[in-house]
Design a protein around this ligand. Structure first.
Ligand code: GLU
Ligand code: ZN
Length: 491
């Protein structure tokens, strides 16, 4: 039997780390087993449906480089893949359960249910629907039907016995039927199904073999196995993935930082780094390997190696992964990925001007070792691509030095610029070292004012490489402007 798995998002919010982890594991499991990966859009909750959320599913999959074998756009033999287009199927299945006695119509008004909730809130004891319509007499039913009263269809949860299923990760999960939410709604009065009905009907009709999803769905699974039973179907294999936590051991949420994938994309994470890191949230190939190419993940992933214990999402670790992936890019790849960020910051045009192209050709070695995020590139490269704000006097003068020292340093560097552009970085370093000894000035005190004058910042890419790329004319202008400022201050 070949594996069929699905990712079944409800388009109500942005794709986040947890949901994408579910999507990725299903995708990888399909790839590793030669099975099929289905995308099904669970959009029956029309009030919470959001078109942006649907766009975000597409954008996220595109960016992560994940594709589906069946689903929106590509179709497939089990479509349609939007639940909103399958309403008739769910209705028929709900009716069939009424026919077989596993479900019943409930005519309770929303006022009555609200009152019931209020009463229950005041005293401890049984919560949820009180099963009133479960035992209506035939006469009463007929009267209510004839009066045109709207109704929902509720599942008749057996009062005795237990719901049991074997979870690949959790082992046997057993729950007394008495502890299951009493008689949940399957079909709403508007004819739309609830999650429980649509999810079970579709997993069966779409011949899903394995359900990989977050552990928060375990209570639903207990109910679902009763539904499978009522329909006379056998359930798929359940595989409830460990929770994703922040470092504080609490469920990952916005309090910990960005969680939506689009935020990570905008912050300049590489898709491959994100995929690699997310693959490790609850799965491990062995106890040491951390880096996996896409191909390796698609062959090595297995549900046998999924963890039971919660996975910790560590922002610092992801950043570290990202840095490693950035360093592994070729210079050309890196520049191509950086350009949109520079464009966004208004530093280059699309396409970049000829002058900027020349500079961009040389920047990769300057930043590759230091960038953790692509979004750090604009700040690091601003001085090369645009004018800088003239540095203040305070910035120009190193700590424990005076304006005169800074002036001496810059005047010396003006001289060192003769021939600078024909020398290698090593040769220039030697020249600067000699000069600092001759002037009896710390090397740092010689270099810092230049760095500030030329790049506008005390943290910049390597100085000599930066000067080489900026070119002689601009470098000299910036240095002489700084010299003027210092002279004015000294007078
Ligand atoms: N639509 C549900 C969700 O939003 C699907 C849960 C499941 O995988 O069964 O996550
Ligand atoms: Zn009722």
């Amino acid at each position: 039997m070949s594996v069929r798995v699905r990712y079944a998002p409800s388009p109500t919010g942005l794709q986040h780390i947890g949901s994408v982890r579910t999507a990725l594991f299903n995708y990888l499991y399909a790839r590793a087993t030669g099975g099929a990966f289905v995308l099904r859009i669970e959009d029956t909750d029309r009030e919470r449906f959001s078109p942006e959320a649907l766009d975000d599913i597409h954008a996220t999959f595109d960016w992560l480089g994940l594709s589906w074998d069946e689903g929106p756009g590509v179709g497939g033999p089990y479509g349609p893949y939007f639940q909103s287009q399958r309403a008739e199927l769910y209705r028929a299945h709900a009716e069939s359960l009424v026919g077989s006695g596993h479900a019943y119509r409930c005519y309770c008004t929303s006022e009555r249910l609200a009152e019931l909730r209020e009463q229950q809130a005041q005293k401890k004891g049984e919560q949820g629907y009180d099963r009133r319509c479960r035992t209506l007499s035939d006469d009463e039913r007929t009267r209510l039907e004839d009066s045109g009263a709207p109704s929902v269809i509720r599942f008749r949860v057996p009062l005795e016995g237990s719901s049991v299923f074997e979870d690949t990760i959790l082992g046997a999960v057993k729950r007394k039927n008495r502890d299951i939410n009493p008689d949940p709604v399957l079909l709403k009065s508007d004819g739309f199904p609830t999650y429980h009905l649509a999810n079970v009907v579709d997993d069966h009709l779409m011949e899903i073999t394995h359900i990989l999803r977050a552990q928060e769905w375990v209570p639903s699974a207990s109910l679902h196995v009763l539904l499978y039973d009522a329909f006379g179907w056998s359930p798929p294999v359940f595989c409830h993935l460990p929770m994703v936590m922040g470092k504080d051991g609490k469920k990952l949420s916005k309090r910990h930082g960005s969680t939506s994938v689009v935020d990570f994309r905008r912050a300049g994470y590489l898709n491959d780094a994100v995929v690699n890191y997310i693959a490790l949230l609850g799965w491990a190939f062995d106890d040491k390997t951390e880096f996996f190419t896409r191909d390796e993940l698609e062959t090595k992933f297995s549900i046998e190696r999924l963890n039971k214990s919660p996975a910790v999402f560590d922002y610092k670790k992801l950043e570290w992964f990202n840095g490693a992936y950035i360093r592994a890019l070729s210079d050309a790849e890196l520049i191509n990925k950086i350009i949109p960020f520079l464009e966004n910051a208004g530093l280059v045009t699309n396409p970049p001007s000829a002058e900027h192209c020349e500079i961009l050709d040389g920047v990769a070695p300057l930043v590759k070792e230091r960038l953790k995020l692509l979004s750090d590139a604009p700040e690091a490269l601003r001085f090369l691509l645009s004018e800088i704000d003239p540095p203040t006097l305070e910035d120009l003068v190193p700590k424990k030095a005076g304006p005169k020292d800074a002036l001496v340093a810059l005047q010396e560097v003006e001289k060192l610029l003769d021939g600078f552009f024909d020398r290698t970085d090593e040769q220039n370093e030697e020249m600067f070292r000699e000069a600092s000894e001759r002037l009896e000035m710390k090397l740092g005190h010689l270099l810092m004012p230049v760095r500030i004058a030329v790049t506008g910042s005390s943290v910049s890419p390597p100085l000599f490489g930066s000067i080489q790329l900026l070119g002689e004319t601009k470098t000299r202008v910036r240095i002489s402007e700084a010299i003027e400022r210092l002279k004015e201050a000294i007078e």
